[in-house]
Design a protein around this ligand. Structure first.
Ligand code: NAD
Length: 467
C-alpha cells in the first residue's frame, strides 16, 4: 500500500499534535471549571470571577442558582455513589436524600432582605453585600452536601468560593465543583466562580486561610478546624462538632419516640453532626422504649463481655473513635465482634453508665448508648453534661411543655427538636430551610445566604421619605 516512511512519520506527527492540542484544551477546561494545582492560582481566579459575578443582576444571579440546582439534580445518584465509595462511610440511599434536601431547600437570593429607616431626616437603607472571596472548608461526612449548600448560599450572596475539601473526599468534592461550575458557565455566569486545588492538604487549607485575598472563612468540621479558622486573624464562621443527646420523659408517645430516634440516629449511619448520639430516658418508660426500638431494625447488646469487645474495637486507647468504623453499617460492626445479623439491622443499642465513652464521645457510628435516669431533672442535668458545651443540637420526646421548655433553656443548643427525628431540625420533615453548615460557636446558627454578607448602610438625608 503506497505508504513510505516519510508519509508514516507525517501521519504520526499529525496525530501527536492533535493529541497534544486535545490534552491542552482539556487542561484549560479543567481550569475554567475551577480546579487548580496551586492555592494562589485558585484564589486569584476566584477574585476575578467574583468581580464578574457582581456585574450580573440579582435576577441573573438567581438563574445561576437555578442552573446549579438542576445540574446537581441530574447527577445526584452519581455523586451520592461516589461520596459513599470514596469515603467508605454512610449509606448511598441516605446520601441521595441529603443531596436532594440541599438542592431543594437551601435558600437563594430571596434570603437577602434589606432594611430601611425612614423619617424626617430622609431614608437610610441597609443592604446585604458580598464579602468577596470566601474560603470554605468542608467535611468528609457531608462532602457533596456541604459543597452544594455553601456554593448556593455563598454565590446567592454575591461571593466566589475557594473550597478546601477534606483530603479523603477530594475526588467527589472536585467533581461536585466541576458540575456546579459547568452549570454556572452554561447559565451565563463567570468561569471559576467556585475553585479548589487538585491535592488538598492541611497545609493548603492553612495557606488558603491566611491568604490576604480571602475575605471570610467558613469552616465546617470538627473542633480542630474551627479553632484553626478562628485563629486565622480573619472573620470566620465556625460550624463545629456536636454530640446530640435525645431526652425521653414519661409523658412521651413512646412508640413514636422509639421509631423517630432510630430513624434519626441510623440516618447515613449516624454521620450527621445533628444525629441522635445518646439516649437519656426516664426509668419508668425505659424498658418500653427499648422494646419498641427493637421493632425498627435494632440489635440490642446486653452482654457485658460483648460491650467490652465493642469498646476495644471502636475506641483507640479506650476513648478516641477509631476512624475505620466511622459511618460503617451496624451489621458490619457487629460481624467484627462475632455477631452475625442481616443488613436489615441499622443500629446497635446498649444500656450503659452515664460516663461511658460511647455517651461522651462523638462516635458517628450507628451505635446508640442508652442511659436511664430517675426523673426528668436528672435527665436534663445529664443532657447538659454530655452535650459537652457544644451547644449544637438536642432532641426531646415529651408532651410536657414545662419539661420541654426547661430542657431547651438548660441546653442552649442551636437546634432543639421536639417529638421528631433529629433531621427535622434541618428541614427534612420539619419546617424551615436547610443547611449543612450549622454555626454554633460563632453564632450564625443555621447559615444561609445572609450569613455570607456584610451589612452596609446607605443614607440619603432630607429626602425620599414620602410620609
Ligand atoms: P474534620 O474536622 O476531620 O475535617 C473537616 C475539614 O477540616 C476537612 O476539610 C479537613 O481537611 C479540615 N481540617 C481538619 N483539621 C484541620 C486543621 N487542624 N487545620 C486546618 N484544616 C483542618 O471533620 P470530618 O471528620 O470531615 O467531619 C466530621 C466532623 O465535622 C464532626 O465533628 C461533625 O460533628 C462536624 N460537622 C459539623 C457540622 C456543622 O454544621 N456544625 C456539619 C458537618 C460536620
Amino acid at each position: 500500500m503506497g505508504m513510505n516512511k516519510n508519509n508514516i512519520e507525517k501521519i504520526v506527527q499529525l496525530v501527536i499534535a492533535e493529541l497534544k492540542n486535545k490534552s491542552e484544551t482539556e487542561v484549560e477546561n479543567k481550569m475554567e471549571l475551577g480546579i487548580f494545582e496551586e492555592v494562589d492560582d485558585a484564589i486569584e481566579a476566584a477574585v476575578i470571577a467574583q468581580k464578574e459575578l457582581v456585574k450580573l443582576s440579582l435576577e441573573n444571579r438567581e438563574k445561576l442558582l437555578k442552573a446549579m440546582r438542576e445540574e446537581i439534580t441530574k447527577n445526584i445518584e452519581m455523586l451520592s455513589r461516589m461520596a459513599f465509595e470514596e469515603t467508605g462511610m454512610g449509606r448511598y440511599e441516605d446520601k441521595i436524600k441529603k443531596n436532594t434536601l440541599v438542592v431543594e431547600k437551601t435558600p437563594g437570593t430571596e434570603d437577602l432582605k434589606s432594611e430601611a429607616y425612614s423619617g424626617d431626616n430622609g431614608l437610610t437603607l441597609i443592604e446585604l453585600s458580598p464579602f468577596g472571596v470566601i474560603g470554605a472548608i468542608t467535611p468528609s461526612t457531608n462532602p457533596t452536601e456541604t459543597t452544594i449548600c455553601n456554593a448556593i448560599g455563598m454565590v446567592a450572596a454575591g461571593n466566589s468560593v475557594v473550597f478546601a475539601p477534606h483530603p479523603s473526599a477530594k475526588n467527589v468534592t472536585i467533581k461536585t465543583i466541576e458540575i456546579l461550575n459547568t452549570a454556572i458557565i452554561n447559565a451565563g455566569g463567570p468561569k471559576n466562580l467556585l475553585t479548589t486545588i487538585k491535592k488538598p492538604t492541611i497545609e493548603s487549607v492553612n495557606k488558603m486561610m491566611t491568604h490576604p485575598k480571602i475575605n471570610l472563612i467558613s469552616a465546617t468540621g470538627g473542633p480542630g478546624v474551627v479553632k484553626a479558622a478562628l485563629s486565622s486573624g480573619k472573620k470566620a464562621i465556625g460550624a463545629g462538632a456536636g454530640n446530640p443527646p435525645v431526652v425521653v420523659d414519661e409523658t412521651a408517645d413512646i412508640e413514636k419516640a422509639a421509631k423517630d430516634i432510630i430513624d434519626g440516629s441510623s440516618f447515613d449511619n449516624n454521620l450527621p453532626c445533628i444525629a441522635e448520639k445518646e439516649v437519656i430516658v426516664v426509668d419508668s418508660v425505659a424498658d418500653y422504649l427499648i422494646f419498641n426500638m427493637k421493632k425498627h431494625g435494632v440489635y440490642e447488646i446486653k452482654d457485658n463481655e460483648l460491650i467490652k469487645k465493642l469498646e476495644k474495637l471502636l475506641l483507640i486507647d479506650g476513648k478516641t473513635p477509631n476512624k475505620d468504623y466511622v459511618g460503617k453499617n451496624a451489621d458490619y460492626i457487629l460481624s467484627k465482634i462475632g455477631v452475625e445479623v442481616d443488613s436489615s439491622i441499622r443500629a446497635i443499642i446498649a444500656e450503659v453508665e452515664e460516663d461511658h465513652p460511647f455517651v461522651l464521645e462523638e462516635l458517628m457510628m450507628p451505635i446508640l448508648p442508652i442511659v436511664r435516669v430517675k426523673n426528668i431533672d436528672e435527665g436534663i442535668e445529664l443532657a447538659v453534661k454530655v452535650e459537652n458545651g457544644n451547644r449544637h443540637t438536642a432532641i426531646m420526646h415529651s408532651k410536657n411543655v414545662d419539661n420541654l421548655t426547661r430542657c431547651a433553656k438548660a441546653l442552649q443548643t442551636t437546634i432543639f427538636v421536639k417529638n421528631a427525628p433529629s433531621f427535622a431540625g434541618i428541614g427534612f420533615g420539619g419546617e424551615g430551610y436547610t443547611t449543612f453548615t450549622i454555626a454554633g460557636p460563632t453564632g450564625e446558627g443555621l447559615t444561609s445566604a445572609r450569613s455570607f454578607t456584610r451589612k452596609r448602610r446607605c443614607v440619603l438625608a432630607e429626602g425620599l421619605s414620602i410620609r
